[in-house]
Design a protein around this ligand. Structure first.
Ligand SMILES: [Zn+2]
Length: 131
């Protein structure tokens, strides 16, 4: 039976998500800062609810201003999640998604293959898929 209590913080789904999206997530402001969605890229802003569900960002407050018709949310980046993003970006690991040891997959339109958001190396799509 469900208790109806929402589960909070699911590192088991957060870590793979961070691995897949590290390049995108590196744009998140540092923990301790409070920010609005216009401080981050549109692509990231569109995912805020998903990021919140994974415990990567937290909604701090909602504010209403005369210049806005809707309430705007104030966010902050989760400190632990931010640390995981930095680790994935900087160190890479044995479970890395890319042959170069990083996991920051960056799909660039003009590149035939998968480029790494950390070192910039371009990998064959088949090689990446087979990992
Ligand atoms: Zn790399």
């Amino acid at each position: 039976m469900s208790t109806g209590v929402p589960r909070e913080g699911q590192p088991q789904s957060q870590v793979p998500y961070i691995r897949r999206n590290a390049t995108l997530l590196q744009d998140l402001p540092e923990p301790g800062e409070q920010w609005r969605s216009k401080a981050i890229s549109d692509e990231l802003a569109n995912r805020l609810v998903g990021l919140q569900n994974r415990g990567i960002v937290q909604r701090v407050d909602r504010i209403k201003c005369e210049e806005w018709s809707k309430r705007r949310c104030i966010w902050q980046t989760d400190r632990d999640a931010y640390g995981r993003i930095q680790t994935v970006l900087e160190e890479g690991d044995d479970n890395a998604l890319l042959p170069c040891g990083h996991s920051a997959i960056s799909n660039e339109r003009d590149v035939d293959g998968v480029s790494c958001g950390v070192c910039g190396e371009v990998h064959d799509r088949e090689e990446v898929d087979s990992r």
